[in-house]
Every structure is written in C-alpha cells, then in structure tokens.
Design a protein around this ligand. Sequence first.
Ligand SMILES: CC(C)(COP(=O)(O)OP(=O)(O)OC[C@H]1O[C@@H](n2cnc3c(N)ncnc32)[C@H](O)[C@@H]1OP(=O)(O)O)[C@@H](O)C(=O)NCCC(=O)NCCS
Length: 173
Amino acid sequence: MKFKKLTIEDIPEIIRMENTVSGSIYQHNTKEEMVEMISDGLSYGLLINQKMVGFNLAFKATEDVYGIPKDDVIISDATVILEEYRGNSYQFVLHSHRDKKHKRKYVVTKTSPYNLASLKNLLKYGFKIDRLIEKDLSSKNPFPYCEESNKTVGYPTKEPKYLRYLLVFQSSD
Ligand SMILES: CC(C)(COP(=O)(O)OP(=O)(O)OC[C@H]1O[C@@H](n2cnc3c(N)ncnc32)[C@H](O)[C@@H]1OP(=O)(O)O)[C@@H](O)C(=O)NCCC(=O)NCCS
C-alpha cells in the first residue's frame, strides 16, 4: 500500500472514480473545485499494486469554522474508495495518513445521514457528530460549512472540544 500526494494531473482519474458514485449520497466536485483543493497539498490517493483505488480531498480553511481558528483546521471534503476495495477501512487509512503528515488540532468533515458506510467509517476513526445541518441545495460552495450558508438544525450538547467534527448534512428535499 502506498500514498500519493495528489496533483492536478490526477484529476481525470479522480473524476472517473467520483463518477462511479451516486449523487444522492455524494456531492460531486467540479474540476475547478478539485484544482483549488489539491493545490493546498493536503489531498492523497491510495495505491495498491500501483493502481489508485481511492482518494481523499482535503483543504485548508480560509476562515474560522464554528469558532475554531482557521489555522487549526483541515477540512476533509470527500473520500472515494473504488467499490471492489471497500470494506477494508481504506477511508480510515487515508484520513490517518493525511493527519500524520499535516498535524492540526481539528479536522472537519461532513457526510449525508443516509451514507451509512461513510458514517460508520468516520465514527470509527474518531469523528464525533457535531451537528445536523440542512443542506443548501442552491449553494455552489463545495463545502458550505459556514453557519451563514446553512440552516443548522442540530447542535452539539457540549462545548466543542473534539478533535474531529463530523457535520451531518440533511438534504432539504
Ligand atoms: C464511504 C467509503 C469511503 C467508506 O470507505 P471504506 O474504506 O470502504 O470504509 P470501511 O471499510 O470502514 O467500511 C465502512 C462500512 O461500509 C460498509 N461496507 C463494507 N464492505 C463494503 C463493500 N464491499 N461495499 C460497500 N460497503 C461496504 C459496511 O457497512 C462498513 O461498516 P462495518 O465495517 O461496520 O461493517 C466508501 O464506501 C465509498 O467510497 N463510498 C462512495 C463514496 C462516498 O460515499 N464517500 C463518502 C462521502 S464523503
């Protein structure tokens, strides 16, 4: 197993992998969004026998996230593992590789409450569910994590002190 820091040359491959996933549980990225994320140097691919079998896209926060200073946060946008390689905790492996290489106090991510495979894996990795957010379907923002762009429908019961935030998005339809 090897890791590859993603570059813009990997984008066609990433798009091919994303296209295997249904849009009902996964928010697809545009090429421009991918270029922007990858240029932050926090995104990795997972190689098995030299084949890329999964990737994680992550980026730096450009503003504070729920009161966490932006320099303390990595935002993990999405992970895809090719279908035939699922069930091996590779999403966990990708998160763990990134977090060892780029230490930050917090990692924030989001997933659909209907995406049980992702939810289970993220909870296993140590994410805590922080809040349930109604997805703003009109937003062009690939990661609308700011409160202004979302209607927050659930709140954490305690002060935010978790290392990893899992924002669960509820589709408004
Ligand atoms: C979500 C995803 C990244 C999880 O990655 P993974 O490395 O397979 O995760 P895990 O191996 O920990 O498996 C998590 C859960 O997936 C399910 N699962 C197991 N094997 C599976 C398989 N062959 N196919 C589909 N789902 C499977 C199980 O419910 C498992 O939970 P369990 O270990 O408690 O039984 C992967 O399923 C995927 O790429 N899905 C499509 C894209 C997506 O939804 N990405 C997340 C949104 S950001």
